[in-house]
Design a protein around this ligand. Structure first.
Ligand code: 9WN
Length: 429
């Protein structure tokens, strides 16, 4: 397949399959990413999946967001996983996380794409009355969530929120975390992973990473999830470009929705001030020599100098100068040219690139969507369309897998995946 353009019969059978995938993954109000491998509600998966539901059932789409916010903590945090029902097909479950909230959950969050999704849903809704009613009902909770990010994760107002766990970035084993994660101790208890019973271990993180992921989970629990103590003593603290860019865009989208529906107040004014601080601070993640943005290990104050696709999201966030936007567009073209399909999560010329290992190379469709809409809005339509065509070719070739090998286009990880199907419905078909 050389072109992303497909005939209407193919498009309609793919759309049909995507809708069936969402229905099959629906557990009544929330959608699991895929059965077995991920049997609960995940934060950013749910948000993206709601975009897919919009095509067949708008009220079900809004319900996805409602149920996600039903698990919000009193301090505003929206957890990365909500354990609505028990399941023994995933590890670590609620007992390991140890939080005692009404709805069992993890104690970290995930990239806050939800306000951006809600803005898209409001704009595309056929049932405008329902959409406005839902945004109005949820608005204050979404503001609380954003305030939590800025106040809890950037109490010193540096402009760059921190993350305490690779699972919070959603890009679990990105090479950007290698050095910082290596400094974290390993857990001293035995455990049995479940992920490698569903998916080939060559496509998943290593045990050395899981040992540290679990140490951090224990660390949060031992410290009673106390924000202040964790901020001061967590052995892993990163400025993640993915979270920073997604939060920045989502805050802008939240303010735009608020303006449209007359919901803004002093709390949203405060969010607007936080945006300005980030706009200055982002340049501390820019490396003049490489002409690229990098994540930073906050504890060692060093940039993690590996080229990942997270940096390409700075354009989507509107965090780049005109000059940087051009440079990031050129960098994106370079990603595209470096493998058969784009966009690889880690640049194929990086030493740490592995085309099938999760966030160390594979393509993730929701990331492609974000990169492409950012570049399109910035006027780089050709690059955006190339990404969209490649993305469409991937689902035509391999269907709705969790992620894709950039060299062969083969599907990797879990099958029948919700956010992959949702992006197809929302953006490709
Ligand atoms: C841990 C559900 C999630 C995604 C993440 C992805 C993967 C979980 C895991 O699956 O992470 O949260 O156990 O591997 O990395 O982005 O939200 O699809």
């Amino acid at each position: 397949i050389n072109s992303g353009k497909i005939d209407s019969a193919t498009a309609s059978s793919l759309a049909d399959l995507a809708t069936k995938t969402l229905i099959a993954n629906d557990l009544g109000g929330y959608t699991v990413p895929t059965h077995g491998l991920y049997p609960f509600q995940w934060n950013w998966d749910s948000a993206i999946t709601a975009l897919g539901w919009m095509k067949s059932d708008e009220s079900r789409a809004w319900q996805e967001i409602d149920v996600l916010f039903s698990g919000q903590w009193d301090d505003g945090m929206v957890p990365h996983i909500l354990f609505h029902k028990d399941s023994d097909t995933y590890f670590p479950g609620p007992d390991v996380w140890g939080s005692d909230k009404k709805i069992k959950s993890t104690s970290i969050s995930q990239p806050p794409v939800v306000a951006t999704v809600m803005k898209e849903m409001l704009a595309s809704a056929k049932d405008k009355a329902l959409a406005e009613q839902k945004v109005k009902a949820l608005f204050s909770q979404v503001v609380d969530y954003h305030l939590w990010w800025y106040n809890d994760r950037d109490p010193e107002k540096t402009g760059l929120v921190v993350t305490y766990h690779p699972w919070e970035s959603g890009m679990d084993n990105s090479p950007s975390w290698d050095d910082a994660l290596h400094a974290v101790p390993c857990v001293d208890w035995e455990y049995t992973r479940r992920d490698t019973s569903h998916v080939d271990s060559s496509q998943r993180p290593h045990k050395s990473e899981y040992d540290r992921f679990l140490y951090l989970v224990d660390f949060f629990k031992r410290n009673n999830f106390d924000s202040k103590v964790i901020y001061e003593t967590c052995p892993y603290k990163m400025n993640d470009l993915g979270i920073i860019a997604i939060l920045h865009r989502a805050t802008k989208d939240l303010l735009k929705m608020g303006e449209q529906l007359g919901l803004n107040d002093t709390r949203t004014d405060y969010l607007a001030q936080r945006l300005q601080i980030t706009e200055q601070a982002i340049n501390t993640l820019w490396c003049e020599q490489s002409q690229y943005f990098y994540c930073r290990d906050v504890l060692t104050k060093s940039l993690a100098k590996v080229k990942t696709s997270a940096a390409l999201l700075t354009v989507y966030a509107g965090l780049t100068s005109d000059e940087q936007t051009k440079i990031i567009n050129t960098a994106t073209e370079d990603f595209i040219e470096s493998s058969q399909f784009s966009v690889a999560s880690t640049h194929p010329k990086e030493e740490k690139y592995e085309p099938q290992r999760y966030w160390r190379g594979p393509i993730w469709l929701h990331i492609n969507w974000m990169i492409a809409i950012g570049l399109k809005e910035a006027g780089f339509v050709t690059t955006a369309e190339k990404i969209q065509d490649d993305t469409r070719n991937l689902v035509v070739k391999s269907g709705y897998y969790e992620y894709f090998n950039p060299e062969t286009g083969a599907g990797c990880g879990g099958k029948d995946f919700s956010w992959t199907a949702a992006i197809a419905l929302h953006w490709l078909l």
